[in-house]
Design a protein around this ligand. Structure first.
Ligand SMILES: [Zn+2]
Length: 331
């Protein structure tokens, strides 16, 4: 079998990589009772209607993550799967508020994630960055407190901040001061926008939060001027095709706007978002697009190259990966 196309993954929530089997193993380790009879039963619960119904299950399952070892095991399991899918570099989101709110200290979360990420280059051949996300349905004050609490890890373990969770009703501008503070602290900036929310949220993420990258952004296509801006400035969009279908932002993979986005000259990348819940990891998304939308090998190569161009890697690291993408031979 041909090795999968080398790629970077830039939109991946570590909590969304919790496979049912690991959830049950951690539940047993921590004596947590899950309201599901078995891993198979739990898998059946993954039939979401929208973002909110997914988030309900997502937060429920987090109750099994308690110790640093749990977080290390979670990240290591993801990295192992990602490596098998051709991922060479991963910029990983985590949701500190989802853990501190249930009594798990930030130090515990970061000790576990840090351990797995540090071992990743040697163990899995993957370099990583860690992006701390704020839950946008929580207050700006809570986000600010979280930012300040994480300050000891800035630049060492945490290199960027992001914004995720339920989008509609929580515009980016709500977090203006938090992003100003993060920028002053030297952190890189990204935000989810234009997944379920309108194009205005993408404008706000760019102009108010001054993010360098938009996570999702598929609804940008509804606004011609916005598309022009994104193309002109080559703002990366981290698109998640299988996630969009599972959360019903797009009816079928065959209808996904990604080919149109590529054609429009947007710097789009393909990512798995919450792969355990959405039916596929990075290469599964590439293969799904190839099968359902008829993307050519050269278009897939361009998407892989975009993933490194859109990453926070240094120019030298990026160029080494781009060379590997250029010389890749499709089977
Ligand atoms: Zn996401």
């Amino acid at each position: 079998m041909t090795a999968p196309l080398p790629k970077a993954e830039l939109h991946l929530h570590i909590e969304g990589t919790l496979e049912p089997e690991l959830a049950f193993a951690l539940a047993e380790r921590n004596a947590v009772t899950l309201p599901h009879a078995s891993a198979e039963e739990l898998r059946k619960a993954y039939a979401f209607e929208d973002l909110q119904s997914f988030l309900n299950l997502y937060y429920e399952l987090m109750s099994v993550l308690r110790t640093a070892e749990d977080f290390a095991d979670l990240a290591d399991a993801y990295l192992e799967r990602a490596a098998a899918q051709g991922v060479r570099h991963a910029e990983i989101f985590f949701d500190p508020q989802a853990h501190t709110a249930r009594g798990v200290p930030l130090e515990t979360v970061l000790a576990g994630l840090g351990r797995a990420l540090e071992a990743a280059p040697e163990r899995h051949g993957i370099s990583t960055r860690l992006i701390m996300c704020f839950l946008r349905d929580q207050s700006a004050e809570s986000a600010m407190e979280t930012l300040e609490a994480a300050r000891p890890w800035f630049g060492s373990l945490i290199t960027a901040v992001g914004l995720d969770s339920a989008e509609v009703g929580h515009p980016p501008s709500k977090f203006r001061e938090v992003y100003d503070r993060a920028r002053e602290a030297g952190l890189r900036l990204v935000a989810h926008a234009g997944e379920e929310g309108p194009p205005e949220y993408v404008w706000e993420a760019l102009d108010v939060l001054k993010v360098e990258r938009i996570d999702h952004g598929i609804r940008s296509l509804e606004d011609e001027r916005l598309v022009e801006r994104l193309v002109r400035d080559q703002i990366p969009l981290t698109v998640c095709p299988l996630s969009n279908v599972r959360l019903r932002c797009v009816d079928r993979l065959a209808d996904h706007p990604l080919p149109r986005m590529l054609e429009a000259g947007l710097l789009v990348t393909v990512n798995s978002d919450d792969p355990s819940y959405f039916g596929g990891y990075a290469e599964d998304n590439f293969q799904g697009l190839r099968a359902e939308t008829g993307l050519t090998d050269e278009q897939l190569r361009r998407l892989a190259a975009n993933s490194f161009r859109a990453s926070f890697l240094s120019p030298a690291e990026r160029d080494a990966h781009l060379k590997e993408v250029e010389s890749y031979r499709f089977g």
